[in-house]
Design a protein around this ligand. Structure first.
Ligand SMILES: [Cu+2]
Length: 467
């Protein structure tokens, strides 16, 4: 019998003791492919157990019937070929989030490709220029399709990886479930769209609520984190451990401790960490998500096995990754076009706002569909562009640019410490972030908030790169 208490995140996590003894953290199923072979991938309805023992299965939409979808793994320099089949009851596409792909492979319906109809197919093919932690998801009806589970990791391995004992992936999902563990309705509800988006009540790691993650004393783990939630922001505190951030949004960064000890991930963002398991056999340490004030909860617990430590002191090996071959912005010759974010509850909503929006705008323009978008910004191919995102709203916005990873130059007027490469920059209320990138590939590219309920109610635009 399923428990009768309402399924809230808090009760769920307390109740997750039910899971003790369950098999924990199986590797996401991998598509092991060689160069030249196409990976077959389908999207369709499925039923999976998300909420854990004692809860019924949840009707979802999934890639290959799994939540998350298969972990697609390639090596840098290879070509990815994905033969996609849509068995959903509606059109979809796949966007390869963060990967530098040709425009026609970018998966934006009506802009870079026609939507793949129900029962249709589409072959994606693109060279893998960059190594790192990326992910894939639909770009059609995104607020509904991503919330239904259509997410998966896309890992590009370095030709010369750093030395670690294990390479772990946590794809973080956030679900709004009923007490019967069914997906709650109300997608795109104005209450979500005008506020922080569809934040759920059940947080999963690789598609399950995980009470614990087994680790071994002395081992060095590379932990790849992906925020695949519609709207939830995470701020992870690895209690008792000293993680080092080695990559952000897939791209190497000077290894550093996370600011204030918390790894912050807005929707769409990734972080690669190196963690030395410095606890003793039999110990356990919580991983706490404390992003929302007064709503901190235990995401999981690093649980040390009884085995003898793998080594007595942390592995003495470098953790810095080799840089990806990204074109360096030419700041002296850059053109500048700023983007002002406006709207939302308590903000300046577009004058045309109806029941379903638009509620948000970029430079005063609200766009709710990908089709027939006039470019907000036009730039010549090869040109360096500097853009300040100016958030004049009272809400958080992870701004995502397709096609071109960018350097973060400054935040609120202060130089960014690591000038990190990113594809998604998280802006707090009233914050400003300045970025720079080289528009190296012609075409129409999306620029949007990755809170999907914001994107779909005005917060999207097109960057046109002319040949
Ligand atoms: Cu937003």
């Amino acid at each position: 019998m399923p428990p009768r208490f309402p399924l809230t995140r808090r009760t769920l996590l307390t109740g997750s003791a039910l899971l003790a003894g369950a098999v924990l953290l199986p590797r996401a199923a991998r598509a092991a492919v060689g160069e030249g072979e196409a990976v077959r991938l389908s999207a369709g309805p499925a039923r999976v157990n998300l909420a854990g023992a004692g809860f019924p299965d949840t009707a979802v939409w999934a890639y290959d019937g799994r939540i998350p979808g298969p972990e697609l793994r390639f090596r840098q320099g290879d070509t990815a070929r994905i033969a996609f089949a849509n068995t959903l009851p509606e059109p979809t596409t796949i966007h390869w989030h963060g990967l530098r792909v040709p425009n026609a492979m970018d998966g934006v319906p009506g802009l870079s490709q026609p939507p793949v109809p129900a029962g249709g197919r589409f072959d994606y093919e693109f060279p893998l220029k960059d190594a790192g932690t990326f992910w894939y998801h639909p770009h059609v009806n995104s607020g509904v399709q991503v919330a239904h589970g259509l997410t998966g990791a896309f890992i590009v391995e370095e030709r010369e990886p750093i030395r670690v004992d294990r390479d772990l992936l946590w794809l973080l999902g956030d679900w709004r479930l009923t007490k019967e563990a069914e997906l709650a309705g109300g997608f795109g509800h104005p209450m979500d769209a005008t506020h922080a988006g569809r934040i759920g009540n059940t947080v999963t790691i690789n598609g399950a609520v995980r009470d614990r993650v087994p680790v071994r004393a002395g081992e060095r783990v590379r932990l790849r984190l992906i925020n695949a939630a519609n709207a939830r922001v995470f701020a992870l505190d690895f209690q008792g451990h000293a993680p080092r951030v080695i990559a952000l949004d897939g791209h190497p960064v000077t290894p550093h401790a996370p600011p204030d000890g918390r790894v912050v991930l807005g929707p769409g963002q990734r972080a690669d960490l190196v963690i030395d398991m410095e606890g003793r056999p039999g110990e356990g340490f919580d991983v706490v998500d404390g992003f929302y004030p007064r709503m901190a909860y235990r995401l999981t617990r690093l649980t040390y096995g009884a085995e003898a430590p793998l080594r007595d002191s942390p592995l003495d090996a470098p953790v810095a990754l080799a840089a990806n071959p990204l074109p360096e912005p030419d700041l002296a010759g850059a053109v500048r076009q700023d983007v002002v974010l406006d709207g939302g509850m308590h903000g300046a909503m577009p004058k045309t706002a109806g029941q379903r929006g638009p509620f948000w705008a970029l430079n005063g323009v609200a766009s709710m569909a990908h089709h027939h978008l006039e470019p907000l910004i036009t730039v010549k191919r090869g040109q360096t562009q500097v853009t300040a995102f100016v958030n004049e709203t009272g809400w958080w916005h992870p701004m995502h640019l397709h096609g071109f990873p960018f350097r973060v130059l400054s935040r609120n007027g202060q130089p960014a410490e690591h000038r990190e490469w990113r594809d998604t920059v998280l802006l707090g209320p009233r914050e400003t972030a300045e970025i720079a990138f080289v528009a190296e590939e012609a075409g129409d590219w999306m620029l949007h908030c990755h809170v999907l309920e914001h994107q779909e109610t005005g917060m999207m635009a097109v960057l046109r790169v002319t040949a």
